[in-house]
Design a protein around this ligand. Structure first.
Ligand code: AMP
Length: 249
């Protein structure tokens, strides 16, 4: 079994995000970047399938400029066998990303494509769904657990108010939710080994994809600064404030 894992370079989740002064975007200057946490979970899941003998090859794919090779190396340090970067200089919209990933999937013929449920920078939560539609493959989004069953896979999904289990024929697209697993840390020897693993670069034209820009980022605003809290003397004062000041009861 071959598994393709789509990984995205995003701002490290520990970093406090700054908005550019003109509100045109988030400021990425000198900001620590990392693998999108849901993509790390996808890599971890692929590695667990490989280590249990259910998969034999894991290929990491990222769409972006040369900088995202850092995240592809990180994915290989976590265990991916090789990597593909699709070279784009401008941020592409989810439909373009999905078209590029679909083209790679047609070339690579994986049995499974794993993606994060969403990228924590744009919060789109669209790419996996679009990819499955373009490939006409089954999709299991927000995966909480998964179990391979020969030529199909059971995916238990986190849905509002509970869990839902689907059985998907392979090949299939699965997007990972937070509780699917706890990703490992890369060990130093594996980080060194990852530097020598194959990393191929492809152009969108080679994949017969013209990048569309169906979305335009109009404005980014930081959330309003929270007011400092106050202490009240007793329950009566609290109820009075909730009723007459906050007007929430
Ligand atoms: P999104 O739909 O943008 O929230 O992203 C969902 C998932 O799609 C991510 O967790 C990745 O697995 C994949 N993805 C999004 N953008 C990229 C990208 N530029 N390169 C590779 N994978 C991506």
């Amino acid at each position: 079994m071959k598994i393709l894992v789509a990984v995205k370079r995003v701002i490290d989740y520990n970093v406090k995000v700054r908005v550019k002064a003109d509100g045109s975007d988030v400021d990425l200057a000198n900001v620590k970047m990392a693998l999108n946490p849901f993509c790390e979970i996808a890599i971890e899941q692929a590695m667990r399938l490989k280590e249990s003998g259910q998969a034999n090859e894991v290929v990491a794919v990222s769409v972006g400029d040369k900088a995202c090779e850092e995240q592809l190396r990180a994915a290989m340090a976590l265990g991916a066998d090789r990597a593909i970067r699709v070279d784009t200089q401008e941020a592409a919209d989810p439909l373009s990303i999905a078209k590029l990933l679909a083209s790679i999937a047609r070339q690579e013929s994986p049995d499974l494509v794993l993606l994060g449920k969403q990228a924590i920078d744009s919060d789109n939560n669209q790419t996996g769904q679009m990819l499955a539609a373009l490939l006409d493959w089954g999709q299991g989004t927000f995966a909480y657990s998964m179990e391979l069953k020969g030529d199909s896979v059971d995916v238990t999904r986190e849905i509002d108010g509970g869990l839902q289990t689907l059985n998907l024929n392979l090949p299939a697209v699965i997007t990972t939710d937070l509780r699917l697993n706890e990703p490992r840390y890369a060990k130093l020897p594996d980080i060194m080994k990852a530097k020598r693993k194959p990393l191929e670069v492809k152009e969108p034209e080679q994949l017969n994809v013209t990048l569309s820009q169906n979305l335009k980022l109009l404005k980014v605003e930081a959330p309003p600064v929270r007011q400092a809290g106050i202490k009240v003397g007793n329950v009566e004062a609290l109820v009075e404030k909730l009723k007459n000041e906050a007007r929430v009861i």
